[in-house]
Design a protein. Structure first.
Length: 245
């Protein structure tokens, strides 16, 4: 939890610093794009715009944590299986387990669980691999629900700010007794800004979400392929029978 809080703080500082640098560069080069965007953000009102910004910061922090974790979880599956097969050819299950133990990532962990139950027969090995594979899949998908929450929450907060802004605009009309553009334009502008930023946050997080899901799917596929290969090796070299002896 402490590490995650630190990551959120770093993400917030980096986001604000990057935005400020880009805004200064835009001003120096005569561009007004980012400066205008920053102005719109301030005009949107502190309450709802702050909530949208919090969704972006926490969502990005979760995304960064997941990307780093999943990158570290990747393993050269082909090389790992080659080393395991070399050990199993000599019926050295302990050596194969040591290879898995010294290799990081969920693929090696699943294979280790299968090898650890090899004395109980091929059927138990298969059940062990499937059960522990489900556990590893849950670990890989950790945090995705939070990202999905912020993807849905950011536009809803924006829409809520828009509705409140429209109500304020109609109150201004009632107070002024006039429907002139000058009376309603300011309120409607502020109302639409919250929706705009809510959608921008949702788009950014959705891109990261899809990228993370694709990485999870890739690791899961390699995990399943490696598990099938392990079962084939156990059956091919009669490891379970040799272990019983």
């Amino acid at each position: 939890m402490k590490k995650f809080s630190t990551l959120i703080a770093i993400t917030a500082v980096s986001l604000i610093s990057t935005t400020s640098v880009f805004a200064q560069e835009a001003e120096a080069s005569g561009g007004a794009g980012l400066t205008t965007l920053k102005k719109y953000f301030i005009d949107g009102g502190p309450f709802f715009m702050s909530l949208v910004l919090i969704c972006l910061i926490i969502g990005l922090a979760v995304c960064i944590e997941r990307i780093v974790t999943l990158s570290l979880a990747q393993t050269n599956t082909k090389k790992l299986l080659t080393r395991i097969e070399s050990a199993l050819q000599d019926h050295d299950v302990d050596q194969a387990k040591e290879i898995c133990k010294s290799t990081r990532g969920p693929v090696a962990s699943v294979l280790y669980q299968g090898l650890d139950r090899v004395k109980e027969g091929l059927g138990i090995v298969e059940k062990s691999v499937i059960s522990y594979g489900s556990v590893q899949m849950g670990i890989l998908e950790k945090g995705l629900t939070w990202i999905a929450l912020f993807i849905a929450l950011a536009p809803m907060l924006g829409f809520t700010g828009t509705v409140i802004g429209m109500i304020q605009a109609f109150e201004d009309i009632a107070t002024a007794g006039d429907i002139s553009p000058a009376v309603v334009a300011g309120g409607i502008k502020v109302a639409l800004i919250t929706t705009l930023f809510g959608l921008i946050v949702a788009i950014i997080l959705q891109i990261f979400y899809n990228f993370i899901v694709s990485k999870v799917d890739g690791i899961v596929n390699r995990m399943e392929d490696a598990s099938i290969s392990l079962l084939d090796m156990v059956a091919r070299y009669d490891i379970s029978k040799h272990s019983e002896n």
